[in-house]
Design a protein around this ligand. Structure first.
Ligand code: SF4
Ligand SMILES: [Zn+2]
Length: 227
């Protein structure tokens, strides 16, 4: 039987990938049958591949890998969207596809959904009137992030701000500051892990690109943690 390569919506693709990363079975939106799924792990262009029957098969570029946006990211995205600026994906800076629907119980407010067309990361925000209250109540005494923890400050300026700090602080300043978790930590956590030697791989900051990577290497070499 000939099955034309189906065209799926961004939403469908994002959901299929979410199932894959959650280690749940993925069913074909076309045939309703399970797909065989696997991850092609390679430095250049890693992909998730899903194979169905006949010619049905899908490939998802996964550099960077799909994430679910945090509440903090969503707040920033909604702010941009409201200011008619294009919200972008914190991992690869692709303009996001945003959808807003009227909030169910609050007709003047909106619920939001964002999907990245490149890495298929996504996140949803439901408006509640509790949001501001919750924000006012500090959940845990979280220490203030350093002033350089702001992705809009260029790298040289951030390094200047951290110049009197220790290795950890300098590594922290070298990160892209989006807390996107693509490295498997937040920015602070990744810097800490590198500074203690617990993490050896300094190439994990996806949004920092070559700029961050070179600087991390330089700092770690200077400290004798990388040869
Ligand atoms: S250090 Fe990690 S969390 Fe921070 S921007 Fe880079 S990849 Fe994202
Ligand atoms: Zn993305």
């Amino acid at each position: 039987m000939f099955l034309p390569p189906p065209r799926l919506t961004l939403e469908q693709r994002s959901q299929m990938l979410q199932k894959f990363w959650a280690a749940e079975p993925v069913v074909s939106p076309i045939t309703g049958r399970s797909l065989r799924t696997f991850y092609v792990d390679r430095a250049f262009n890693p992909q998730v591949v899903m194979v169905g029957q006949g010619r049905e098969h899908y490939r998802f570029d996964q550099r960077p890998r799909q994430i679910v946006y945090s509440q903090g990211h969503l707040k920033t995205m909604i702010r941009s969207a409201k200011e008619r600026a294009n919200p972008v994906c914190p991992q690869d800076f692709q303009p996001l596809v945003s959808k807003r629907t009227p909030a169910v119980r609050f007709p003047v407010e909106w619920d939001w959904h964002f999907v990245c067309p490149k890495c298929l990361s996504f996140g949803s925000w439901q408006y509640t009137d509790k949001a501001d209250e919750a924000a006012k109540k500090p959940a845990a005494p979280k220490k203030e992030a350093p002033a350089f923890h702001d992705e809009t400050i260029p790298l040289p300026k951030r390094m200047e701000m951290a110049k009197d700090g220790d290795l950890f602080l300098k590594l922290y300043a070298a990160m892209a500051q989006t807390d996107c978790t693509a490295c498997g930590y937040d920015c602070e956590g990744y810097a800490k892990a590198l500074s203690t030697g617990a993490e050896k791989n300094f190439t994990l900051c996806v949004p920092g690109k070559q700029e961050t990577e070179s600087l991390l290497k330089q700092l770690l070499t200077g400290a004798g943690l990388v040869k």
